[in-house]
Design a protein around this ligand. Structure first.
Ligand code: SF4
Length: 347
């Protein structure tokens, strides 16, 4: 099954693939093989383990039910010698415990690797797993219990370096927009609108392109925009309040980035892409097209690949169209800067 577009790390994907393989080997007679959901994104709500109640009418007549592992957690913890009450019968402590092992067992723990292993989109969520949320009594703090006091300081300095790197990334994006290179994603239109607005200020027009880009980025950062790289797009949502409601993945005004996918993010006001992303989406589309012709795959898998390649083609067309519009608009703005330049008569 295709999990590439889902926010699961490779270990989870391999485990699910293995379980599906076991299911297919041991399924009942006349029961079809497990099929990839189409579109693939609908598979996010599927669970591998299902159950059915016995009844006189027979098993097959009754629908399968998914069961929540949360209900079985106390039994699993209990059989491992852990008192479930210590963890309030929650799953979150499992993730915290995993990160504790990950970050303290190795000599060179890396926060981004820990973040990836948990499938979290924001590094701050990962760091908070190893930080005291409320003041704790002496002897009970995370650092005292687990050692390595420098861990949260490491995390803080890494967050600072990330903030600098993200600003540089945005600066490069705005400079690329000035240069007229490929700039997809509806966030480009928001940046363009801002550049138009700033261009009404004579002091802004006098700046070099590099300093103009810097002024644009400072404005975006102040408004809460923050780049979050994803496999198919950079999500700029950050904490900006003005685009929260309009985000394609928004529920009740809150973006749900876990729902991100090429189609979900296509046309979203917070989505920003460039030619590198475009190349990846084209490669993925071509891979699906090749897969759709691969006779070693089941017809359902090939059908799913055709559907995905069609969706990706629509994304590519939309991105290219938008980028061409951006190119034309930024060209006009740059010409207006030159026309209004005090140096224009000294050429
Ligand atoms: S839909 Fe928009 S806000 Fe949501 S993850 Fe994608 S780009 Fe970000």
């Amino acid at each position: 099954m295709e999990y590439q577009t889902l926010p699961a790390n490779s270990l989870v994907a391999a485990a699910v693939e293995f379980l599906e393989h076991l299911y297919n080997l041991s399924r009942d007679l006349n029961t079809p093989e497990i099929q990839p959901p189409s579109p693939a994104i609908s598979g996010r709500h599927l669970q591998v383990c299902t159950t059915r109640k016995f009844s006189i009418s027979g098993l097959t007549k009754l629908p399968r039910m998914y069961f929540s592992p949360r209900n079985y957690l106390p039994a699993i913890l209990g059989s491992s010698g852990i008192n479930p009450k210590d963890w309030h019968e929650q799953q979150t402590p499992l993730r915290r415990a995993w990160l504790t092992l990950f970050m303290r067992r190795y000599d060179l723990p890396e926060w981004p690797a820990g973040q990836r292993s948990l499938g979290q989109l924001d590094i701050n969520s990962t760091i908070s797993y190893q930080t005291d949320k409320t003041p704790r009594a002496i002897g009970g703090t995370v650092a005292e219990l687990h050692g390595r006091e420098a861990l949260s300081a490491d995390g803080e300095s890494m967050v600072d370096s990330l903030a600098v790197a993200k600003k540089e990334y945005m600066q490069e994006g705005v400079s690329r927009l000035f240069k007229g290179t490929f700039n997809g994603g509806a966030f480009s239109s928001l940046v363009l609108k801002l550049i138009k607005h700033l261009s009404s200020d004579i002091d802004f027009r006098k700046l070099t392109e590099e300093r103009k880009a810097n002024a644009v980025v400072n404005n975006l950062v102040q408004r809460g925009f923050n780049p979050e790289p994803m496999p198919h797009v950079v999500c700029m949502a950050g904490t900006a309040s003005e685009t929260r409601h309009a985000a394609n993945c928004s529920i009740d005004g809150t973006p749900h980035k876990e729902k991100a996918s090429p189609t979900m993010c296509n046309g979203c006001i917070n989505g920003w892409t460039n030619d590198n992303y475009l190349r990846d989406v084209i490669a993925e589309r071509d891979r699906c097209l090749a897969g759709s012709q691969d006779l070693s795959l089941t017809s359902a898998e090939r059908k799913s690949m055709v559907a995905t390649s069609n969706q990706l083609s629509q994304v590519i067309d939309a991105q290219c169209k938008l980028s061409n519009e951006m190119k034309a608009s930024i060209g006009n703005i740059i010409s207006s800067w030159r026309e209004n330049s005090p140096m224009k008569d000294f050429k």
